[in-house]
Design a protein around this ligand. Structure first.
Ligand SMILES: [Zn+2]
Length: 318
């Protein structure tokens, strides 16, 4: 039986958590947790999020979910506030030996990453937090920098930093729980199934089939929560919406093949990642996907995007 890990993005919905510099803790928590989940996909384990979107969830419900799944590990992700700076980890008071060991592995891994960015280690702490008290399995809570500290926020709004932080947390979990790597870490069929399950796409695709602009526009619009007025699928309207919102600048035919340089550019615009202020540079756009760990190997700008790759990159992002 693979181990079950529950990842808990703190706060959500009506509860924004800490706030500072126009940021809400709940959003950063969710972003980091989704990245942790996608980083853990290459290991043999089952990962569940307590919330997948901006919904309200009580502390009791979070613990109850983990208990009902008989999870092997629970990790809650938070951002600190109150005038400090740096990183700290928490376990419940008088923790079990296994909990201490798990926390230690994760704490060391994260601090090794953060020290490269000059972030202070505030130490290994304990507290009576409800999610730590109510969960029956080893549970750890991380306070990742301070949302009301200018220098910390500078890092928290940097995509490559967030990607690296999430990677270090996932690596810490994998080391703590000795998670074996999957034999074939990349499973494009599974990636496509996730899009189907979450109704981002409605029609099954084969991993090796080429993505077209009509499908791409529809998928990107669903991801950003925008839909055209027509009740029936109208790929031209979907493309028009991308043009209107400057996600793309050149009109496309629904049947046009999607190429890597264009896809990287559209996705970077959609996620608000400004790559260059100069003329269009598709190589730089692809490099931004690599830097943010949405993509792990370089692509030719004019290579067609296949559905398996397309689904994988979108799942890492969303
Ligand atoms: Zn919090």
């Amino acid at each position: 039986m693979p181990l079950t890990i529950v990842i808990d993005p703190g706060h959500g919905g009506a509860d924004p958590g800490a706030m500072g510099f126009d940021l809400k803790e709940k959003d950063l928590n969710l972003k980091i947790c989704k990245r942790i989940v996608s980083e853990l996909l290459c290991y043999q384990c089952t990962v569940k999020l307590t919330r997948k979107n901006d919904s309200s969830l009580s502390l009791e419900a979070r613990a109850k979910l983990a208990n009902s799944l008989n999870a092997d590990f629970f990790l809650s992700i938070h951002i600190n506030s109150g005038g400090g700076t740096g990183f700290e980890s928490y376990v419940y008071r008088q923790p079990a030996e296994l909990t201490v060991r798990y926390r230690s592995a994760i704490h060391s891994e994260v601090v090794a990453y953060l020290s490269q960015h000059g972030v202070m280690d505030r130490g290994r702490k304990s507290a009576g937090f409800a999610v730590l008290r109510l969960t029956k399995m080893p549970a750890v809570l991380l306070e990742n920098l301070f949302i009301d500290n200018r220098r910390d926020v500078h890092l928290l709004t940097d995509e490559p930093f967030i990607a690296g932080l999430s990677h270090s947390i996932a690596l810490g979990i994998a080391k703590a729980l000795s998670l074996p790597l999957k034999d074939n870490p990349w499973d494009p069929e599974w990636e496509i199934e996730q899009l189907l399950a979450d109704k981002i796409i409605n029609t099954p695709k084969t991993p090796d089939s080429q993505a077209s602009w009509g499908e791409t526009a529809t998928t990107l619009n669903r991801l950003r929560g925008v839909s055209p007025p027509s009740a029936t699928w109208n790929p031209e309207e979907e493309i028009s919406l991308l043009l209107k919102d400057n996600i793309i600048n050149t009109p496309r035919q629904p049947g046009d093949q999607l190429l890597w340089g264009e896809f990287a550019t559209a996705l970077n615009r959609l996620r608000g990642r400004e790559v260059t202020s100069g003329p269009w540079d598709p190589v730089a756009e692809i490099n931004a996907l690599l830097a943010d760990r949405l993509l792990f190997s370089p692509r030719d700008t004019s290579a067609p995007v296949l559905w398996g790759e397309f689904a994988t990159v979108l799942n890492r992002y969303r």
